[in-house]
Design a protein around this ligand. Structure first.
Ligand code: AMP
Length: 143
């Protein structure tokens, strides 16, 4: 399965934020979009970084509530690893697992197409495995 298949099902909506916005803005947006990550972009939608719920935990533990007013650009992970829509989902899954993060922005020649999470990839692989098992059962019982 390709990442384009994952995006086709999941959709291409991405929560994005400018780096000058505050950590509090990022958290509020993540809560209302019901997502665990935000992409930090410049005015032309170029990806500068990623900021996730894991970063929220880490910076709050280290700096207390004052960090909520910091610009999100101060705490994002710069130049995140990205993938393309032609990448194989299992290769992307392996990369996320090896590098210990759960989100991967999808770019096409620098243009942001969406973001996939480990959960998106795993749940679609499970669906596909169930579909194939069902098709196999139907084939065997029909014989
Ligand atoms: P996550 O497991 O996705 O919540 O992220 C764990 C840590 O990895 C956080 O510090 C994120 O900012 C960072 N991170 C998330 N996704 C990526 C990525 N695609 N490339 C590099 N770092 C990332």
């Amino acid at each position: 399965m390709l990442i384009s298949d994952v995006l086709a099902k999941k959709g291409t909506k991405v929560f994005k934020i400018l780096q000058v916005k505050t950590v509090m803005d990022a958290i509020t947006g993540m809560a209302s979009f019901k997502v665990g990550a935000v992409l930090v972009v410049d005015e032309k939608d170029g990806v500068l970084g990623i900021f996730t719920e894991r970063d929220v935990t880490r910076i709050l533990a280290a700096g207390g509530a004052a960090v909520l007013q910091d610009p999100v650009g101060k705490h994002m992970t710069k130049n995140p690893m990205t993938c393309s829509k032609e990448d194989d989902d299992s290769a992307v899954l392996a990369l996320m697992s090896k590098n210990r993060f759960r989100h991967m922005p999808v770019l096409d020649n620098g243009t942001l197409l969406g973001i996939v999470s480990i959960r998106d990839v795993v749940s679609q692989r499970l669906e596909r495995a169930e579909f194939e098992a069902e098709a196999m059962r139907a084939y065997v019982t029909a014989g």
